[in-house]
Design a binder for this molecule. Structure first.
Ligand code: CA
Length: 481
């Protein structure tokens, strides 16, 4: 009897040890912690059609496509604003940025303590840092230049990048009085230490990942490519030789640079054995730029509320938990990234955060037919322009067209047939939804000194709009967008 008990206990002990061993082998994360690493890759002004996974044939993005193959592609993935800074404010807070007055591009004002995303707004980085993540911001920031608005004050342990909206790719000081530098953790980096910003950002990302041993990490990798100015290295330009349109060719070279960066990061994660449990999210901050991008089958471009300005290349890959090689067709928004990342990290979605975004994981894992959002909303310049998408219907008030239009995207993705007179009930329903949504919004905290220029441009025929600006105006516009 005693012997039998001993044998049973011995077998139980062996089973326990075998399971324990299996658990640690199966656990992808180095320390056995099951929280995923999270890498949020944001590109700048890249068009919907300028990734292979959305059908690009001239600009090739094999490495970004590999991320998409190992995950979910959003056919109807939106950002919350058609240009840089407000879109980024929504992304970092998971809230419509008009709720807290971040409705225009934040001007480059490094001495002004009022110009930036309000301090009482909670950033995703802060929540993940509080939960034990090591956090890194690399690349373009554009959420305020005054020190208290910079990444180190917004929940990032590590920062390498520039504070404003635009930077030459060689790292020369720029901005007003050449006061904007590439910084690492608050210290200016000498431009002689830099090569080509896209490669520098990739190298910094690789170095950060290699340093993480025992804790999960969150990296916000915000490439400024393929935003102007049009700078690319010979190596990348050669890859775009087949494109005969000069501006598009350089734009393609800039995308090639960031695609190679994504590939190097993907390879490193695989080599370290942590790719399976790393959630990688890839998207552009707004629709493709006017002069070089391909916005696929959509009307309009960056700056507009037509689909070409707000629908972006968007994919999410987490091999350990999410389906692979699939497309998800319900409308989703960059605001969902906050909630989704918190849920991925097993953190509570606290009501006090007042998030507008939804946790997408259950929708993606279970392929729920229910849409994550009843409707999505956009507002530009304190309501001079706005849009609402509910189901397949989209209402858009365009200032420069001077009218409000209704489209059925299921039949008319290009938004060419205004059906507002045919469907007055739907038109009124969407107008009412917008009115309800907008009454909770704040006044913009600052105005965009360039908004008049933008409006003036939009009144011009698309391809000639830059010609209407003086050289100085064009430089100002490019710097701030
Ligand atoms: Ca942008």
């Amino acid at each position: 009897m005693k012997n039998r008990l001993g044998i049973i206990l011995f077998i139980a002990l062996l089973t326990f040890l075998a399971c324990k061993d299996k658990t640690s082998k199966n656990s992808d994360f180095k320390s056995g912690n099951d929280k995923p690493n999270i890498i949020l890759i944001l590109t700048d002004d890249q068009g919907y059609g300028d990734v292979g996974f959305n059908g690009s044939k001239d600009i090739l993005t094999p490495h970004i496509d590999n991320i998409a193959k190992k995950g979910v592609v959003f056919s109807d993935g939106y950002v919350s604003h058609p240009y840089c800074s407000p879109s980024r404010a929504g992304l970092m807070t998971g809230r419509y940025q008009q709720r807290f007055g971040h409705e225009h591009n934040v001007p480059f004002a490094p001495q002004d303590s009022t110009m930036g995303t309000p301090k009482n707004e909670v950033f995703l980085s802060k929540k993940l840092k509080e939960a034990g993540y090591k956090t890194s911001a690399i690349g373009k920031w554009h959420l305020g230049n005054y020190p208290s608005f910079l990444p180190p004050q917004r929940g990032f342990d590590h920062w390498f990048g520039f504070s404003g909206g635009n930077m030459n790719y060689w790292g020369y000081p720029s901005g007003k009085n050449k006061t904007m530098h590439i910084q690492r953790n608050g210290e200016n980096v000498d431009h002689n230490e830099l090569t080509y910003l896209t490669d520098d950002f990739t190298n910094e990302a690789l170095s950060f990942i290699k340093q993480q041993k025992d804790t999960p990490f969150f990296m916000y990798l915000s490439y400024n490519a393929p935003h102007s100015p049009d700078h690319a290295t010979k190596q990348y330009l050669e890859k775009a030789n087949h494109i005969e349109n000069g501006i598009r060719s350089v734009y393609a070279a800039m995308i090639t640079g960031l695609d190679q960066g994504v590939g190097r990061i993907d390879s490193l994660l695989t080599r370290l054995g942590i790719r399976e449990n790393t959630l990688i999210i890839f998207l552009s901050d707004n629709g493709g730029r006017l002069d070089a991008a391909n916005n696929g089958q959509f009307r309009g471009h960056k700056g507009m509320l037509f689909e070409g300005g707000i629908r972006v290349p968007f994919t999410m890959s987490w091999p350990a938990k999410l389906p692979q090689n699939t497309r998800y067709n319900q409308p989703v928004t960059s605001l969902d990234i906050f909630s989704t990342c918190l849920a991925a990290a097993n953190l509570k979605l606290n009501d006090s955060l007042r998030l507008d975004g939804k946790n997408l994981l259950p929708f993606l894992k279970n392929n729920l037919s229910e849409a994550p959002h009843q409707a999505l909303f956009w507002r530009v310049a304190n309501g001079e322009e706005y849009a609402i998408r509910k189901g397949n219907y989209k209402l858009i008030k365009s200032a420069y067209k001077n009218k409000t239009m209704l489209f059925d995207l299921s039949e008319d993705e290009m938004e060419t047939r205004d059906i507002s007179s045919l469907k007055p009930e739907i038109f009124n329903d969407l107008e009412k939804l917008y009115t309800n949504w907008s009454k909770d919004l704040a006044e913009p905290l600052w105005t965009d000194p360039h908004i008049q220029n933008v409006k003036k441009e939009e009144q011009d025929v698309q391809n000639t709009r830059f010609k209407s600006l003086s050289k100085k105006e064009k430089e100002d516009y490019e710097f701030n967008h």
